[in-house]
Design a protein around this ligand. Sequence first.
Ligand SMILES: Cc1cc2nc3c(=O)[nH]c(=O)nc-3n(C[C@H](O)[C@H](O)[C@H](O)COP(=O)(O)OP(=O)(O)OC[C@H]3O[C@@H](n4cnc5c(N)ncnc54)[C@H](O)[C@@H]3O)c2cc1C
Length: 409
Amino acid sequence: MNKGVFHYDICIVGGGLAGLSLAALLSESGLSIAVVEPTPLPLNPVRPAKDDYALRISAINLASMRLFEHLGIKPALLDSRASGYQKMQIWDANSDAFIQFDANDIDSDQLGYIIENNIIINSIFDIIKANGNIIFHTDSLLDIEHKPDGIEIKLEKGRLHTQLLVGADGQFSKVRALAKIPTELGTFNQTALVCRIQTEQTHQQTAYQCFHHSGPIAYLPLMDGSSSIVWSCDTDKAAQLSQLDDKAFARAIQDALQSTLGAVKILGPRAAFPLAQQHASAYIDSRIALIGDAAHRTHPLAGLGANLGLQDAAVLAETLLQAGQQHRPMHSMATLRKYERTRKHQNALILDTMAAFKAGFASRSPGLTSLRAMALNSVNHSPILKTGITRLATGISGDLPKICQPLNF
Ligand SMILES: Cc1cc2nc3c(=O)[nH]c(=O)nc-3n(C[C@H](O)[C@H](O)[C@H](O)COP(=O)(O)OP(=O)(O)OC[C@H]3O[C@@H](n4cnc5c(N)ncnc54)[C@H](O)[C@@H]3O)c2cc1C
C-alpha cells in the first residue's frame, strides 16, 4: 500500500446527476466510495432565491422521480419548486401534425417534473454528505495506471487507489479517453439556446414543443408561472439569434412558438449549448465503467439525457450490489458486462430514434412532411398507441431498473 494514497472500493469521477446518484444508491452498501469533482459541492447558491433560476433545467420523467423517491429526496425536490406538468403538446410548424399527451391517459398525476439540475445535485449531496463511506475530493482526474490489485488514479492534488473506477465525467470524459474507448460522434450542427421567459398567457402546467426544419423549440413550465425555453436550431441561426437584443429575441421566440402563449418577455440571461450525438463503443473496460453523458449523449428534443444517465446509475448500482450479495467480485468483467448488456442496447435504441426524429422533422420533402403529419395525427387519435408511447416515455413501462419501477409493475 503506497503512503499518501487513499484506498477505495469505488472511485466515481464526476459529481453531476449521474455520478452523485450512483454514490447515493451505493451509500448503504458498506463500500468505501470516493467522488472526484472539481466544482465544490454543494453548488452555489445552496438555496436559490425566488427569482434566481439556474439555466440548466431538466424534464425529469416518472422513472427518475421514483429513483429520487428511493433516495429520499423527492419531498425536498417538490418543496424546491419542482414543477409538475400534466400535459405535453407537440406539433409541426410546417404541417397540421399535432399530438397531445395527457397524464390522465396513464392514470398519473403528472407526466414528469421540470427541475433545475443544481437543485437535484444539492438535494442528493445533502443526504450523502454525512455518510462516512463516501469521501468527496474537490479535484480533477489527470491520469490512471492499472496495477495488479486495482487502478491508481492521479488527481491534480493527490493520488487514489480503487478497485473500480466509474467515469461519470460528462461528454468530454477523461476516464473514457484514458481507457481509450472510442466514441461514435454524430454532429447535428445544432446549438441549443436556453433562457427563462414570461409569457402573456399562463402555461397551465403544460410543456409545449414546436418542430421547425431548423429544429424544435420547447417551452418548459416552471413553478412560478414563467417558462424555460430550449431552442435547438442550426448553429448559424443560433449565432444570429444570440446577437439579438432581448426585445427582438423575445419576438423571435414568440414567432417560433407561433404565438401559442402570446407575447414573450425575457427574464434572465441566455446560454448556448452545442449539440451532438455521441455513443461510446463500450461502456466498460478492465475495472472501469462509464455512465451518463460519459457513455452517451443525445439531442435534448425528448428531454432524455439526464434520465438515461440516472437509469445507468440505477442499473450499475443494482448490478454491483447483487455481485456483492453473491460474493462475486464487483469489478470483474462478468459483473461489468452485465451492466453494459442491460444499458448499451437500450440507450442505442433511444439515440437512434432521437436522431431519426430529428432528421424526419428537418426534411423539407413534401412527401415526408405529409407522412409525418399522418403518423403524428394517427397516434394522436389512437388511444392505445398514445397511451403505450406515454407509458414508455414517462418511465411507467419498459425495461426499467427495479429502483425505477412503479410498485405495481
Ligand atoms: C440544452 C439542454 C437541455 C437538456 N434538457 C434535458 C432534459 O430536459 N431532460 C434530460 O433528461 N436531459 C436533458 N439534457 C441532458 C442532461 O443535461 C445531461 O444528460 C446530464 O446533465 C448529464 O449528466 P452527467 O452527470 O452524465 O454529466 P455532467 O452533468 O456533464 O457531469 C459531469 C461532471 O463531471 C465533472 N468532470 C468533468 N471532467 C472531470 C475530471 N477530469 N475530473 C473530475 N470530474 C470531472 C464535471 O465537473 C461535471 O460535474 C439537456 C441537455 C442540454 C444541453
